[in-house]
Design a protein. Structure first.
Ligand code: ADP
Length: 261
């Protein structure tokens, strides 16, 4: 009797162990496939501008007596492609740094109104070009413990997107609020919106809703990944509410105080 019991106990433990092993194998496979996908995306994203540069430079080299205007035009195009590659590499480096969790955030007290006003001031020329009105009203003084550089970049990405994905004459509205524990920053636009079935994917690296549509805006597909990582490192959360052809609202929550040891 007792032997049977011990036997069945061992059997159960083996089954549990086998299940745990299977689960771990699944997880490793997932990590590996995400990594492969990432490397393949990086290569593809860099290859596209590189091919353009190759075609542009070759067509000048192969032609005799190239007119000066053509030189200028092609060099201009090559220059934009180089800028594009630089932007991708820059974003990648930022992401890699964020991934290295051992690098501590540089937390300090920051006036968030000042931060938002700084972001708006910097992006205003971009908004003006498209005749987009940015609305922001300071409600109350809010300070929080944040990494100034990282959070500024994270929120600036949201405002930059709001301007990029909103047609001429639209509006971007920013709000800052707080309760006893959290601050809330929202960025809402009257832009093109994101289809329901794609909303969940916008934080993925290199994910773009419509590849051709976005190529024109010069995005790298990495901005929201950077924002997401930064908000997570502040122990916060980020949510997207969007309706196609109506607009998008992104809501960020971060704790007012961080446990800085
Ligand atoms: P990108 O550099 O292409 O803007 P992001 O990571 O910042 O990359 O955003 C990912 C994708 O999410 C964008 O390519 C775009 O399709 C979509 N997106 C982000 N913000 C908005 C927005 N405010 N309105 C509509 N679509 C958006």
């Amino acid at each position: 009797e007792q032997r049977v019991q011990v036997h069945s106990q061992i059997h159960n433990e083996m089954v549990d162990l086998a299940l745990a092993c299977n689960q771990m194998a699944d997880q490793l496979e997932k990590v590996e496939s995400t990594r492969q996908q990432f490397v393949s995306n990086v290569s593809h994203e860099l290859k596209t501008p590189l091919s353009s540069i190759k075609v542009l430079s070759e067509s000048i080299l192969l032609q005799e007596d190239v007119p000066k205007e053509m030189y200028v035009e092609f060099l201009h195009d090559i220059n934009s492609e180089v800028d594009r590659m630089a932007a991708i590499i820059n974003d990648l480096l930022t992401l890699v740094k964020l991934d290295q969790k051992e690098v501590p955030l540089n937390f300090k007290e920051l006036d968030l109104n000042e931060m938002l006003e700084g972001i708006i001031k910097r992006l205003l020329p971009l908004a003006k070009e498209k005749n987009i009105h940015i609305r922001y009203e300071k409600v109350k003084d809010i300070t929080a413990t944040v990494d100034e550089m990282k959070l500024t970049l994270a929120v600036a990405n949201l405002v930059d997107n709001a301007i990029k994905y909103t047609p001429e004459g639209g509006e971007v509205e920013m709000k800052l609020d707080a309760d006893h524990q959290n601050v809330f920053i929202s960025v809402a636009d009257t832009g093109i919106g994101i289809p329901d079935d794609e909303v969940a994917r916008v934080f993925e690296r290199f994910y773009r809703v419509d590849k051709t549509r976005d190529r024109e805006t010069g995005g790298t597909g990495l901005g929201l990944s950077i924002t997401h990582s930064t908000i997570m490192m502040h122990n916060g959360s980020i949510k997207v509410y969007s309706k196609e052809d109506e607009g998008t609202t992104i809501l960020v929550r971060i704790p007012i105080r961080q446990n800085v040891s």
